[in-house]
Design a protein around this ligand. Structure first.
Ligand code: Z5A
Length: 228
């Protein structure tokens, strides 16, 4: 009988939460921590991650699908996700490379479903179709007061020398973002085995350490020190 190759399982980790909570920052930091342990990992994002999905991203974030309504937008996000899963996520996991994604399916449920009013039946069907079984092994939900997160986004714009015009979703009102925050917390409460909520109001290093504690506690293959 052929022996299965002695390969460590690849893990699929997603980061979720509102705008400006520090997802991209922590995805980068987690990639570095995995690299220090000799774990091969790719960083990706949604919407996006593949050329076709990035094309859908620009279309949506420029506001070109807004008049179609939240249902059609949920379908567009799912179309982007289908390509992302087929072309990037599944092949990497199959060859043993970890995948770390800045947003994934919980964003559709939180934005288009719970906040945008798209019914659960459509959200569930799109999720089944696009994921094809590729449910994340772990989802880190970064949670903070949206008013504080806005301040960070403003500060980032100042540092980058950009005027803060806001994309499709950044233009929404504060109480909309407050509802969004609650929706992510509800999703986490409904998926306690997969989701861990961490306060994003702590500094970058402290949050990085808290994330590492969760990730290394979850996956036993990480419970050795960094490769020297
Ligand atoms: N969307 C949807 O509706 N449905 C879907 O299915 C999907 C997405 C997948 C994508 O936006 C939009 O698409 C999104 C939801 C919608 N809505 N919006 N807007 P995006 O990818 O362009 O933006 P985002 O996901 O909201 O990310 P962001 O604004 O770039 O924020 P972030 O990645 O969470 O934060 P960051 O860039 O890491 O940090 C923001 C700033 O804060 C930056 O200057 C950092 O240096 C600073 N920072 C980070 N961490 C800290 C800490 N801990 N302390 C202090 N300062 C910090």
């Amino acid at each position: 009988m052929l022996e299965a190759p002695n390969r460590r399982p690849a893990r699929f980790i997603t980061f979720e939460g509102g705008e400006g909570v520090g997802k991209s920052t922590q995805v980068r930091r987690l990639l570095n921590n995995l690299g220090d342990r000799d774990i091969e990992a790719v960083r990706t994002r949604e919407p996006g991650g593949t050329p076709k999905a990035e094309a859908i991203r620009s279309f949506i974030l420029q506001g070109r699908s807004e008049e179609w309504g939240a249902g059609a937008e949920a379908v567009l996000f799912a179309a982007a996700r289908l390509d992302h899963v087929n072309q990037l996520i599944a092949p990497n996991l199959a060859k043993g490379t970890w995948v770390i994604s800045d947003r994934f399916c919980d964003s559709t449920r939180a934005y288009q479903g719970l906040t945008g009013g798209v019914n659960d039946g459509l959200i569930d069907a799109l999720e089944n179709l696009a994921l094809d079984g590729h449910v994340p092994d772990l989802t880190i939900v970064l949670d903070m007061d949206p008013a504080l997160a806005f301040k960070r986004v403003e500060q980032r714009a100042v540092e980058d020398g950009l005027q803060l015009t806001g994309d499709r979703f950044e233009k929404e009102e504060l109480d909309w973002h407050q509802r969004l925050r609650e929706n992510f917390l509800d999703i986490a409460a409904n998926n306690p085995d997969r989701c861990v909520v961490l306060s994003a109001e702590q500094g970058e290093e402290k949050l990085e350490a808290a994330i590492w504690e969760v990730v290394s506690g979850r996956f036993p293959e990480l419970q050795t020190g960094p490769v020297q």
